[in-house]
Design a protein around this ligand. Sequence first.
Ligand code: WTA
Length: 635
Amino acid sequence: MTQQEFAPPVGEWYYPSEDIVNNAHVPDYEALYREAMADVESFWARRADSLEWYQRWDSVLDSSNAPFFKWFVGGKTNIALNALDRHVKTWRRNKLALIWEGEPGDRRTYSYWKLYREVNKFSNVLKSLGVRKGDRVTIYMGRIPELVMAMLACAKIGAVHSVVYGGFSEQALADRIEDAQSRVIITTDGAWLRGNIVRLKDVVDEAVRRSPVVESVIVVKRTGHEVKMEQGRDYWFHDLVALPIASPICETEVMDAEDPLFILYTSGTTGKPKGILHTHGGYSVYTSTTLQWVFDLKDDDRWWCAADPGWITGHSYIVYSPLILGATSFLYEGAPNFPYPNRWWRMVEEYGITILYTAPTAIRGLMRFGDAWPNRHDLSSLRLLGSVGEPINPEAWRWFHKVIGKERCPIMDTWWQTETGGFMITPMPSVGLKPGSATRPFPGIDVDVVDEHGQSVAAGVDGNLVIKTPWPGMLRTIYGDPERFVAQYWTAYKAQGWYLTGDSARKDEDGYIWIIGRNDDVIKVSGYRLGTAEVESGLVSHPAVAESAVIGVPDEVRGNVIYAYCILRAGFQGNDTLRDQLKEHIRHEVGPIAVPSKIEFVDVLPKTRSGKIMRRVLRARAMGQPEGDLSTLEE
Ligand code: WTA
């Protein structure tokens, strides 16, 4: 959305040490890329062969009904078979799967064996409430181990989870429950954040009042404060799991490779959030391959993906792929600077984290506190770093590289989307790095930067980022809305059959890709994806607002913040009281992350003759820049 200044640091290269390259899973990226592209289907088949299947597939890729591609057709599996079941039959049974620290400082660890048994119990609890294969279950929780278990339990019994990030409001949650028609919700009483309790159960109560489809609510006790439990609808998890029915033995449901695994709602260009659908087979293959090669995951690593499991980064790289690879993951509940700005660095040292994967907004936020905080800690366990969510500005990259990675740890700047399931454009430990560039496509992935006719643009020129051929981790559809799936992603380059990412990008003379930002009406706030339409419809649902337009404006820490322009209805006064009311209103309608940092009351909005709001003009105004060509402006 915001066009970050395109100023590639000329000639600034960082090369991983020989030691890192020689010991990496992929010591020669170029060779592997060529090998993969020579025969993409057999390349993915070889990757799929590294996983366990109940029954091997008949064909790797079925393009007969494009863009509804199918992968590993005829194959039978379950992501839980690979993430849990197969490990408990090996020495990994006693390896740590998950290390967790709560914000107040409490700790828990789970071996593969323990996690396996807990997930089985959870699965039996879900079954006892009538959850069956294909049913949708909504999960709305903080970052605690039970969230991971809840997701795996759904997968295990063939239910489709829809995790809603805990920062979303009651209305956003209700909309997602409705869209997925989920009869069961899993939540917690609350979550710890900056020493306060976020009262998640209250939000669920309100959302359920608005979406009568819900029959049962399972509540995991986390914070222990008083919550209202509705007889016959709400159940404490600890009560259910104590029942004889919650045995630690549970058969894993045999799934078709193409059976749905989860729905994850994300923002698009129009109002309603889109339920991105991923499946068991291709997603297992894609997420595990990308994690193993990009972050070079080995058995003695301690992997920390510091995202929220409620977003795709957490789904793919906290929950599923690390477990498929049999890795040890670390999960932390709370805020990075609580109680002090050394919280993360203390945990890196104490747990011996070897790979840290986070977002530019978190890096910039921690950088602000100065070098003294990380410098108090021994960070020598780290060997690789990673970034995701938005373009990383070179200053933040250099700080991360120097102060955290001590110039030893290459940074994997991974470009991907909820829709792609896993990393698409990313370095590997054998690729030379340029700060701010996501570098090169993953093996098997064919990307390009093109103009509106589909011609590749010259080096240094802006264009649309497209993906030219299918990949196993791709979304299969938008839940319940296949037309929108086709219109959104497959229509701009219909003749060519390419996937439109919605991002603009440039290539440089070395073929490195530089992501500029969203081309459409999506704003990235602190790395979280929001649609302008979601915030705008939230604003106009307030009685004072007749019309509104929102834009993303660059912000030093959060990447972008939201500015809102509102035309008021007759009889309303644009003043600070109303501003505060509108912010509060958005907090409830959409969620705290969507609250505009600035609200301006205006009489008109700049529109094209066809009535489309010219966000470009608003952005230029907000940033005090020339407004450019106004020839298409309505007045
Ligand atoms: C942006 C997050 C630049 C991009 C995994 C994309 C990035 C959107 C990067 C998807 C990166 C993600 N460099 N931009 N390394 N990673 N983006 O669905 O605009 O929450 O389209 O998935 O984030 O956001 P989403």
